[in-house]
Design a protein. Structure first.
Length: 239
């Protein structure tokens, strides 16, 4: 696939800020197609597509250029030329893809990200307002995140959860694609082998990150359960 130079240059800069809502993951060099797995593609190797141009589905011409810390995608429409396309954002696990325009083009998006990365959170809405449109759903949430009080950021009172799946749901392929991304398995076969042992723990961590995974599993029709754990248990499991 031919990637427009403006998009390629944007990816190479890998602009990352403190905010979990902004781009954090970028495609590695030569891995742009693999980065589309779970969105446009089931698997790069097979070329099987998830895309469908029906309303609410992922369009065939949409290409993911970055993901935030919650695995929500930022993407452009290659049917519009890629570099000239507006940049869109969408929440995953919502049951359908509802694009939110976050910049008129990739150049403007890069300018916004560079300016936001220079800010130190928490900061006032006055500092963010000139950079973004606060009537935009995405930027309203972003502004709230940047404007949180010092105490809330300095000493968060986290709850910790483990999430286990009991089956693979009605569409096993989509579930396996999701699991491959969670575990960062090298191959689809490795994920299939892992999924033979159910129930399978798919997450250990803070509640804020456990919830999106539960939403996604629910949208896939996967049976699961979440159990609150102590911080000591979390450390032991990661160890």
């Amino acid at each position: 696939m031919q990637i427009p130079n403006l998009i390629r240059n944007f990816i190479r800069k890998r602009i990352v800020s403190e905010c979990i809502l902004l781009p954090f993951f970028y495609p590695e060099e030569g891995e742009f197609e693999s980065f589309q797995e779970g969105y446009r593609l089931v698997s790069r190797k097979t070329g099987e597509e998830l895309a469908d141009d029906a309303p609410g589905q992922w369009r065939k011409s949409w290409q993911v250029i970055a993901r935030n810390g919650m695995d929500d995608p930022f993407f452009v429409d290659f049917a519009l030329g890629g570099g000239a396309s507006p940049v869109y954002f969408a929440y995953h696990g919502a049951g359908s893809w509802e694009p939110i325009k976050v910049a008129d083009d990739i150049v403007k998006f890069e300018e916004i990200l560079t300016a936001l990365a220079a800010l130190e959170a928490p900061c006032s809405l006055e500092a963010i307002a000139p950079l973004t449109d606060l009537n935009n759903e995405f930027y309203r949430e972003l502004a709230d995140d940047y404007a949180r009080e010092n105490e809330a950021r300095a000493e968060p009172e986290h709850k910790y959860f483990s999430v286990f799946i009991k089956d693979l749901g009605a569409d096993k392929v989509k579930t396996l694609v999701f699991l491959k991304k969670i575990f960062d398995d090298e191959s689809f076969a490795a994920t299939k082998d892992r999924a033979q042992n159910l129930p399978l723990c798919v997450f250990n961590g803070i509640e804020e990150l456990a919830l999106p995974i539960q939403y996604k599993l629910a949208s896939l029709g996967v049976k699961f359960h979440a159990r609150e754990i102590t911080f000591s248990e979390l450390i032991a499991r990661h160890g």
